[in-house]
Design a protein around this ligand. Sequence first.
Ligand code: EPZ
Length: 417
Amino acid sequence: MDKIIIRGGKKLTGTVRMSGSKNAALPILIASLLTDDECIIDNVPALADIDTTIRFLTYIGKKIVMRGSTVTVRSHGRLKPTAPYDLVRKMRASTLVMGPLLGRLGRVSVSLPGGCAIGARPIDIHLESFVKMGAEITLTCGYVKTIAPCLSGAHIHFRYPSVGATENVLLAAVLAKGTTIIENAAREPEIVDLADVLNKMGASVTGAGSKKITVRGVKKLQGFRHSVIPDRIETATYVIAAAATRGDVTVTHTNPRHVAAVLSHLKRAGAGVQCTNDTIRVVWKKPLKPVTVTTAVFPGFPTDVQAQWMTLMSLVHGKSSIRETVFENRFLHVAELQRLGANIHIKGNTVQVTGVKNISGAPVMASDLRAGAALVIAGLIAEGRTEVLRVYHLDRGYEHLEKKLRTLGADIRRVAQ
Ligand code: EPZ
């Protein structure tokens, strides 16, 4: 397993280009199961999760070629209605194949994903929705077998605006008989991007990005070409790293409107923030002020940026608190930051951060994708050398991480273990 070695104390300065969104690319790649036509997806990031999805779609019956950031998906015979454990356990988003395979084949058998470092992450909302659409579900030997000879539209109220459940129901409803309405739908930009693709395929999806989405089912869908939206969590990670290192960084090929909550918190903390239509410049002007954060569904402060914000607040004089409302166990990075000298205390789903003058480098371990990003930022601002272990978590969601940070002046390198 590789590790990343960082020598802290360097300001990040310069310009860095954002990659396409991992969390938009995954459901869009899976949407290719809805048609036998050729699908071309541009601006796809080169990430471990993308590789996993490509392997997975190949297993199900697609022929896929990735050239640079363009993925071409073609048909390759009959589709297999199964998602095996060894693929699903690597990436929970694999459960999104349920929607399209139910719509196309009327049956699918998917391994239950199991928990992960940040929480139990059940898929009950997904399954309840499919039952409302006429599916029959049985759980045997860790697999969810779902049968729906005639998937029909339904009026579905989500008890929680789940991103994955919204995507899964959209992917099922487009080929269902009749109209589906999702109330309390997730509003994330990745949902809007998926709906744009489905409409390019000939579906009829309205209201994506709002709490109420309406889908009028159609008989057949065609191929598409689509460029994936920029990665808003990668964007948030780099603008926070710029402020944390007291630097001056311009992020390009991004969408400032997708990170508005993060930018408003950075401004409140005293960082300089200037935006154009597709760039964001963050300039450190003076010592930052502590700013309290509560994570929320979009358009609130993203849970995927909570760990990175905690690192930023660790070196800001004064007290701040960070409340996590989306996942029940997303504080595994706290103990690692404490090893570096951060003064953080957990109280239920909230942490109190008391800024310290400095933190010092040490070996730390990534527990999940975004905790890993928080530890890299900590290494950038710690005195001395920091080693971040279990870098495979980072490889799931940050394309060319060391290269991008090196272009901004960081002293960072990867060492194969
Ligand atoms: C997506 O996960 C993202 N992953 C996550 O990003 C992100 O943290 C999350 O949305 C929240 O924004 C992808 O898009 C691939 P949810 P998802 O369903 O769809 C509970 C990253 O770092 N819930 O909105 O799994 C669940 O347990 C990853 O890129 C149920 O209880 O998120 C959680 O507490 C990490 N039952 C909350 O809802 C369900 O059926 C949010 O889950 C579904 C979800």
